[in-house]
Design a protein around this ligand. Structure first.
Ligand SMILES: [Fe+2]
Ligand SMILES: [Fe+2]
Length: 140
């Protein structure tokens, strides 16, 4: 059983946090499916859902970085991690399509570890920066 989203992952930016909670919800649904027999069609559908949602979520954060003029270095770090994660999902999706199956346990552990590290790290850094800028503009 993968761990679930918890309040310690909150960044303080509601539109990011809402999507992070939804991402963990999708992972939880995948986790619940893993022991079901003949679930590879359902699994494929869930993976597509995860992929679509992830792409939408990364776009939201990347648009937000542009909107707030986030500095180039952390922007690049964020875009690079998003890119690596999308590539990983694409590879595992292709594996499932070709072989009809893959080892779901390691996949879920990777998803959970990546998302928690990313949310605690680069996403939190972006949120802190935005909140700090808002404070500065309010004080000015
Ligand atoms: Fe991100
Ligand atoms: Fe995120």
């Amino acid at each position: 059983m993968v761990g679930s989203w918890d309040a310690s992952l909150e960044t303080g930016i509601e539109k990011i946090d809402r999507q992070h909670r939804q991402l963990f919800e999708i992972i939880k649904q995948l986790d619940e499916l893993k022991d079901e027999p003949k679930s590879d069609v359902v699994m494929r559908r869930m993976l597509d859902k995860l992929m679509d949602f992830t792409i939408a979520h990364f776009s939201l954060e990347e648009d937000l970085m542009t909107e707030v003029n986030y500095p180039p270095d952390p922007t690049k770090a964020m875009v690079d991690e998003h890119h690596d994660f999308k590539t990983y999902l694409q590879l595992r999706s292709a594996e499932l399509r070709e072989a009809g199956t893959f080892e779901i346990g390691s996949f879920l552990r990777f998803l959970e570890k990546f998302l928690k590290t990313h949310e605690f790290g680069l996403d939190r850094q972006l949120a802190d920066w935005i909140l700090q800028q808002n404070k500065i503009s309010r004080a000015a």
